[in-house]
Design a protein around this ligand. Structure first.
Ligand SMILES: Cc1ncc(C[n+]2csc(CCOP(=O)(O)OP(=O)(O)O)c2C)c(N)n1
Ligand code: SF4
Ligand SMILES: [Mg+2]
Length: 318
């Protein structure tokens, strides 16, 4: 008698690696890790169809804690690795993760050109204003005139605005999340993964060890002078509309980018959610049209890649 196959349902445990986590207690990274795993549950993507790539930093340890394909690359090199992976196997869900220093400091050039390509990837940046792994020096996102307990002096440089940077680079889904609101962040990451094109989600992340300015009580509005009012609010609870209806309409695209930049410049209160979204062809689409990639026979599955004799190439180098 034929039996009806039972539907496989992926649970959060299917995305969790059985490995000791050495982030500090209370670190916001835990919230982002859980939200990423929950987003994969929400989308029901099998773990063997996901690859997570990180740079160097506390945030760089994220792929170790994921039960997916994973690659811990060099400092600032998330984008080149993500690009190679996606082009070798376009049907994989490819997710880049890393710190604000990694993405907007040492990796800034790659971040810029990653946006220009509009690969169908998701990049989640753990933004804690500091180079946490190397003991808390100010990162490119630390506000001018501010100083955390780990910095010797106030920063005299202007802070970089990740949302504005991503917009001018060409990312087609640009959002900001908050690490300690796991439910909302889960939804945001799921929407980012679903988006067909390059997604940047800059996540405000608490680092209780080195950043005593942007703490959990500060984000909750519980510090003296905040009168219990959180600086955070959600764009999807306002009449803000981030979506471009007609990508061919340059005027609409400019108008939507301009409103997103203006929103991202608000500093009295911090908007969370999607700032900008536009569906246009991806880098893979263009390469496919040119015949350079074949989604049905991706490079990663070609037999000759695994059984290629590279001896002549090595001999040529000696
Ligand atoms: C080429 C290179 N330069 C410098 C370092 C030292 N280094 C390791 S992590 C790091 C900064 C990490 O900060 P961030 O990217 O914000 O990640 P976080 O630790 O805050 O998560 C630096 C400068 C390195 N590993 N490689
Ligand atoms: S140093 Fe900061 S970012 Fe790193 S694990 Fe500890 S709390 Fe998290
Ligand atoms: Mg950092």
């Amino acid at each position: 008698m034929a039996t009806t196959p039972t539907k496989v349902e992926f649970k959060i445990k299917d995305y969790k690696a059985d490995i000791h986590n050495d982030w500090c207690p209370g670190c916001g990274d835990f919230g982002i890790l859980t939200a990423l795993q929950m987003a994969l549950v929400k989308l029901q993507i099998p773990s063997h169809r996901v690859a997570v790539v990180s740079g160097i930093g506390c945030s760089g340890k994220t792929p170790h804690y994921m039960q997916t394909y994973a690659f811990h690359t060099l400092h600032g090199r998330v984008m080149p690795s993500v690009t190679g992976l996606k082009l070798a196997n376009p049907s994989l869900t490819v997710i880049g993760v890393g710190g604000d220093g990694d993405a907007y400091g040492i990796g800034a050039g790659h971040f810029v050109n990653g946006g220009r390509r509009n690969l169908d990837i998701t990049y989640i940046v753990f933004n804690n204003d500091v180079y946490a792994l190397t003991k808390g020096q100010g990162s490119p996102t630390i506000a001018q005139g501010t100083k955390t307990k780990s910095m010797a002096e106030e920063s005299i440089m202007q802070a970089l605005n990740p949302v504005a940077l991503a917009l001018v680079c060409g990312y087609t889904f640009v959002a900001r999340g908050y690490a300690l609101d796991v439910k909302t962040l889960t939804d945001l990451i799921a929407q980012g993964i679903r988006h067909r094109g390059s997604t940047l989600i800059d996540v405000l992340q608490t680092c209780p060890t080195y950043n005593d300015l942007h703490t959990k009580p500060w984000y909750e509005g519980k510090k003296p002078g905040q009168n219990g009012i959180s600086p955070l609010y959600r764009l999807d609870q306002t009449d803000y509309d981030p979506r471009v209806q007609d990508p061919a309409n340059r005027r609409e695209v400019s108008q939507k980018k301009t409103q997103a930049i203006l929103k991202s410049e608000e500093d009295e209160r911090l908007p969370l959610g999607i700032f900008y979204q536009c569906e246009i062809p991806t880098y893979e689409d263009y390469l496919e049209r040119k015949g350079h990639i074949d989604r049905a026979h991706p490079l990663a599955e070609r037999e000759d890649i695994f059984h290629r004799d590279v001896t002549p190439l090595l001999d040529a180098l000696t």
